[in-house]
Design a protein around this ligand. Structure first.
Ligand SMILES: Nc1ncnc2c1ncn2[C@@H]1O[C@H](COP(=O)(O)OP(=O)(O)O)[C@@H](O)[C@H]1O
Ligand SMILES: [Mg+2]
Length: 539
């Protein structure tokens, strides 16, 4: 019995691995289909990230083997740089470990719990280790990895080491209690959307149900590499500032030079401004001597300075031409409209960009799609947690009536939204939904409304053409009778009158805009110029 007296006898520490063992659903391991798609998602995003980092055109092979009922073996192979022997254990068998968490760069992974989460899930459902073969700088290492839950440390069994001229990582793991199905939550749909947003990737899927499926690359051009930026002062908390100051205390002797080097857009001029705004902090002291109180004051000072916005050219969207291409290839729609917004900033200092595409009619209806929202974050498809996502909510809340679309859910329409950022505000560790950040929501709304205007123009043009044709037909019906009557009355030739009347009708209904004004087009989302321009001079 635990009573109030001895409850603290139960006081224990636990590791992050133990936490996620108990809360697997937070990593996306809930539901049989979702769990398997999550595993594929984690390994494939890692492969594309690794190739992007190394400037390699990704060749990814996803091999799923059915070993028994709800029992599968998954192998994901890439041609990336591989992982060095010193790090492969931590990369796959330690949670919150990786090369991405501390960096300010547009990447698919950001937390360091993807691969290790899968390794954990595999062990917890099958009792088996995850196998990896890493070809890195001329050597191939084969090993087995497990996580020690108590310490959140990898347990390694090195199997072999041999020379190789290949590069890349191959990870093999088994899962029980999972299901492979052809649905919009399944592996194929996930890979198809991945290919849509990453046209430079070649993806092969060995499907145990249907055989080999190839999603070849549609461009040989490697997209420009997103690059790392330094944090912007407006995104900094007192603790961030304190930590950064202490971190750089040996590198920079003065707080002023630390600020200029560790953050973006801090010039010597801005430091002078800060000195005036925060007179009781000594900007010449060693960064190690910065106190919490100092940090609070400096951060307050940050809020009063007019900063140049953070560099946004570090972001790489999918691109207008590519979205159009992909939509045409996948759906053969009647119409595609794509909008790319200019980059913006949320929470004061985090750059992001939103692009949206709408495909309408044609093959969309034929494919049975209605009111579909295809969500992407840093080019990664988001298939789950639909209703809690700012992208879905924003798209559904748009007044589609304004755009000649009666009911979004019943229209033959597919809306794609990609949010690219150095830090995506996910709602949870499973990274399937975007949080309701106001600036981000606004941009999503504007991007989709802008594209919707294109659809509106097209539909109202189509409707008008149809109306005109109907009216013309109606009038043409009277030509015969009217000409006879007129001929009788005037004694003129009926043929001549028919000809003249037809000319008048042709003339009247051929002129564009002849039948009244253009429909009013919603203009409320026009992109305004950013208030600040990027000169890049302060980086
Ligand atoms: N296919 C791969 N090729 C090269 N490095 C990889 C690969 N997969 C994982 N890694 C390395 O392992 C780390 C941990 O991966 P992961 O647990 O998925 O976390 P995250 O992707 O969020 O950083 C990555 O940061 C990366 O350094
Ligand atoms: Mg990852």
């Amino acid at each position: 019995m635990v009573d109030g007296e001895n409850i603290f006898a139960q006081f224990k520490e636990h590791s992050v691995a133990e936490f996620f063992k108990k809360n697997q659903q937070m990593l996306g391991f809930s539901g049989k289909v979702r769990s398997l798609t999550t595993v594929v998602h984690e390994f494939v995003t890692n492969s594309i990230d690794a190739c992007e980092e190394a400037g390699i055109l990704p060749d990814i092979i996803v091999n799923l083997e059915e070993l028994g009922e709800e029992h599968y073996r998954l192998t994901v192979q890439d041609n990336g740089p591989g992982i060095p022997k010193t790090h492969v254990g931590k990369a796959l068998g330690q949670m919150l470990a990786g090369t991405k968490f501390h960096r300010y760069i547009q990447q698919r992974g950001q937390q360091g719990i993807g691969a290790s989460g899968c390794c954990m899930f595999s062990y917890l459902t099958t009792g088996k280790p995850t196998k990896a073969a890493s070809c890195y700088k001329g050597t191939k290492y084969e090993l087995e990895v497990l996580i020690d839950f108590k310490s959140n440390k990898p347990l390694l069994n090195m199997l072999s080491e041999s020379p190789t001229d290949q590069h890349g990582l191959t990870v093999t793991s088994e899962y029980k209690g999972v299901k492979h199905e052809q649905s919009n939550k399944g592996i194929f749909e996930y890979l198809r959307r991945t290919a849509l947003a990453n046209p430079h990737a070649s993806i092969t899927f060995m499907d145990p149900a249907t055989g080999k499926i190839s999603l070849p690359r549609s461009t040989e051009t490697i997209p420009p590499k997103p690059f790392e930026i330094k944090p912007h002062p407006l995104g900094i908390s007192p603790h961030d500032l304190l930590e950064t100051s202490h971190h750089y205390s040996t590198e920079y002797r003065k707080l002023s030079s630390m600020l200029q080097n560790a953050f973006s857009r801090v010039s010597s001029g801005k430091v002078e401004e800060l000195r005036r705004l925060v007179p009781d902090v000594d900007f010449d002291k060693n960064p190690a001597q910065l106190t919490w109180e100092d940090a609070e004051k400096v951060v307050k000072g940050f809020q009063q300075v007019k900063w140049i916005a953070p560099a946004t050219d570090s972001l790489v969207p999918i691109g207008r031409a590519q979205i159009e291409n992909s939509f045409r290839n996948i759906f053969s729609p009647e119409l595609v409209i794509v909008t790319e917004r200019s980059p913006k900033v949320y929470k004061g200092g985090i750059p992001f960009i939103v692009e949206a595409g709408i495909a309408y009619g044609g093959g969309i209806a034929a494919a049975g799609k209605q009111g579909e929202v295809m969500r992407f974050a840093n080019k990664v498809p988001l298939l789950f947690d639909t209703s809690g996502c700012a992208i879905t909510e924003t798209v559904k809340n748009i007044d589609w009536n304004r755009y000649n679309l009666k009911n979004f859910d019943d229209e033959p329409i597919a809306v794609l939204v990609n949010l690219a950022s150095v830090h995506i505000p996910y709602t949870g560790a499973g990274k399937q939904a975007v949080a309701a950040e106001e600036e981000v929501e606004n941009e999503i709304r504007f991007a989709v409304m802008e594209a919707a205007r294109g659809i509106q123009r097209y539909l109202s043009g189509k409707r008008k053409a149809h109306d005109i044709a109907t009216r013309k037909k109606l009038v043409e019906r009277y030509v015969e009778q009217l000409s006879s009557d007129l001929a009788d009355l005037s004694g003129g030739k009926k043929e001549k009158i028919v000809k003249k009347l037809n000319e008048i009708i042709e003339d009247k209904y051929a002129k564009p805009g002849a039948e009244g004004d253009e429909d009013e087009v919603d203009d409320s989302t026009r992109d305004t110029k950013p208030e600040t321009t990027d000169t890049g001079g302060d980086e």
